[in-house]
Design a protein around this ligand. Sequence first.
Ligand SMILES: [Zn+2]
Ligand SMILES: [Zn+2]
Length: 285
Amino acid sequence: MTDVPKPRKGPLKVKNNGFLSIFPLGTGGAFSKKLYQNNYLLIKGDEHLLIDCGARTPQAFFELGFPITGVENFLITHSHADHVGGLEEVALMGRYMTKRRPSMVITPQYERILWTNSLKGGAAYNERRNNKLLAFDDFFVPIYPQPSTRLDRQGWSLQFRGFDLFMFRTMHIPDSTPSWKQSAYSIGLVVDNRFFFTGDTRFDPTLVDEVMGSFPIEVAFHDVQFFPGGVHASFDEISTLPGDFKKITYLMHYPDTYENQESKVLQAGFRGFVQQHSYYDFTKP
Ligand SMILES: [Zn+2]
Ligand SMILES: [Zn+2]
């Protein structure tokens, strides 16, 4: 078995020696106050890609000595504020301060949702051009992935700046839906065929089964909550997943009180909690 990446502390740098590295800007759940939100910077060589940009993410970057305006590439998993709440700042700072349009890897389907339901209110009305409001592509350069049937659910793939991205639908909200099909748009990712990122999802053993059967995954980050019901996978549910999966899996999107759960998590066979502001490096190509 290949080595599972372990957390390594270090100052934030958006370039590295060329191997994939994952840097959590935050690892907390939607309402955590001691942790930042569950957003991840992927770094590889001279390139980077930010997965999600929550309301507190620009602050997290600031604390780490890097301006959010320096982030060139975004990918958004879904529209909860802990994943999109920082994007208006990115959009307005880009258009009016740095005069730059960052790229966003996004499906046409989600571009409409993200713009109309979240960003338009704060972004579209700042200018009138030929009597028209501003639009999504006045702020971001959309990069569209190709539909992919690699899993038995809606998915897309894209080679982007050295990252091999596979995006798949998840079953997050509402809590009553039997599958991803009836759920609101939310996605997870497989990066470079080796990093499995569930995004926000309820317990979905079929997803774990399919991804682990289709990709040579070396490490997984799975969301967790420590109570039953709700819109995330509960600890009791994911504890029933196969041992081979749990031993390469770190838990993310957890509450401020996570330390009380640490021994339970290790006992269940998981690798532990993802640590924010640490690098998870792949050391082999
Ligand atoms: Zn969330
Ligand atoms: Zn969510």
